[in-house]
Design a protein around this ligand. Structure first.
Ligand code: ATP
Ligand code: MG
Ligand code: FE
Length: 351
């Protein structure tokens, strides 16, 4: 089944075609992402109305481009998947409107995908590990993105139990805000991570929030304040900025790793799946892989480009749901706030 995936939940327009007839990463026939970062940079964050308008401008050309790269025409498609939430309502409506219209005009089945399920399943789209194969439920997922930080028990594809989440800032948000207060342009997360590479470990020390008490929730806003105070009282040189970046990243990585290990213990499994933009962080990847390997398990990630928002994850998650017979109603309907635990389980081959 060849599925067109459309992602427009925030400030990236993403389009992809995934073919379930091919194994693993080969199934991804083409994907393209247009990022609106430059558009929002001068405001220091995403402006919802500008985001919607830019999706309107970019989506159809991006669909043409992606189909062209895949060597396909619209008649070669068997289904359409689009992000139906959570996200910015106007932005979501652009993707849903185009997806539903295409599906209606081409008489194709279509399904609205949960954005975080898209992130969560992205690692399963990659080629199977030669030793362990592809991760299969039950496993624990760490979702670390710009809007979410969640630990999820995945009992089956589509069956998700929230184990813990952030009480304030998301991990990506904490990266971005910390970068901003040290003068880096929006969105500073990846730049802060790059700076940390050059930083001296140990010159600054920040807390590992909420690790010294039981539970799987997170809190990152205090960490950001610690950074603000350290930066304010420093010489504010380039070297100091890098050293603080390193200390902040070390605190984030440590905190996430401690909670992931705790979640694996609680769920009684050894497979950790990591997704969302912060999953692209090099030190986090290395740390979680080492932690899982020490337990005789493993940590699975998508390639860095598929950690941040993209259409491929939506095409893939949508294809799994369409193949199990799921369809969304013809109406252009989106769900800006949407609890992943309410999703139906995916029953392969049920169609
Ligand atoms: P959500 O998925 O929760 O709706 P989002 O879609 O905006 O939020 P993503 O696109 O998954 O989030 O991820 C973007 C976030 O990832 C940003 O906060 C960005 O700073 C962060 N990020 C990207 N690369 C890195 C990196 N290498 N290190 C740390 N953070 C990173
Ligand atoms: Mg984004
Ligand atoms: Fe996202």
């Amino acid at each position: 089944m060849r599925v067109l995936g459309i992602e427009t939940s925030c400030d990236e327009t993403g389009v992809a075609v995934y073919d379930t007839g091919r194994a693993g990463a080969d199934g991804l026939l083409a994907h393209a992402v247009y990022s609106q970062i430059a558009l929002h940079a001068e405001y220091g964050g995403v402006v919802p109305e500008l985001a919607s308008r830019d999706h309107v401008r970019k989506l159809l050309p991006l669909i043409r481009q992606t189909l062209g790269e895949a060597g396909l025409g619209v008649d070669d498609l068997d289904g359409v998947a689009y992000t139906a939430g959570p996200g910015l309502v106007g932005a979501l409506l652009v993707g849903a409107g185009v997806a539903r219209s295409l599906a209606w005009a081409l008489d194709l089945p279509a399904v609205g995908v949960h954005h975080m399920e898209g992130h969560l399943l992205a690692p399963l789209m990659e080629d199977a590990d030669p030793v362990h194969g592809r991760p299969e439920p039950p496993f624990v997922a760490l979702l670390v993105s710009g809007g979410h930080t969640q630990l999820v028990a995945v009992d089956a594809i589509g069956s998700y139990r929230l184990l813990g989440e952030t009480l304030d800032d998301a991990a990506g948000e904490a990266f971005d805000k910390t970068a901003k207060l040290m003068g880096l342009p929006y969105p500073g997360g990846p730049q802060l991570a790059a700076l940390a590479e050059a930083g001296t470990p140990g010159r600054f020390g920040f807390p590992r929030p909420m690790t010294n008490r039981p539970g799987l929730d997170f809190s990152f806003s205090g960490l950001k304040t610690q950074v603000m105070l350290a930066w304010r009282d420093s010489d504010q040189s380039d070297a100091t900025r890098a050293d603080i970046a390193r200390a902040f990243e070390d605190a984030m990585v440590d905190t996430l790793a401690i909670k992931c290990e705790r979640a694996l213990d609680e769920a009684g499994c050894d497979t950790l799946v990591v997704a969302g933009g912060v999953g692209a962080n090099r030190r986090l990847r290395a740390r979680l892989q080492a932690m899982a390997a020490r337990r005789g398990g493993r940590a699975c990630f998508p390639r860095p480009a598929l950690c941040t928002d993209n259409g491929a994850m939506i095409a893939f998650a949508g294809a799994l749901r369409l193949e199990s017979g799921e369809r969304s109603p013809d109406a252009v309907h989106v769900t800006p706030r949407w609890d992943m635990a309410t999703l139906p389980e995916v029953r392969p081959g049920a169609a």
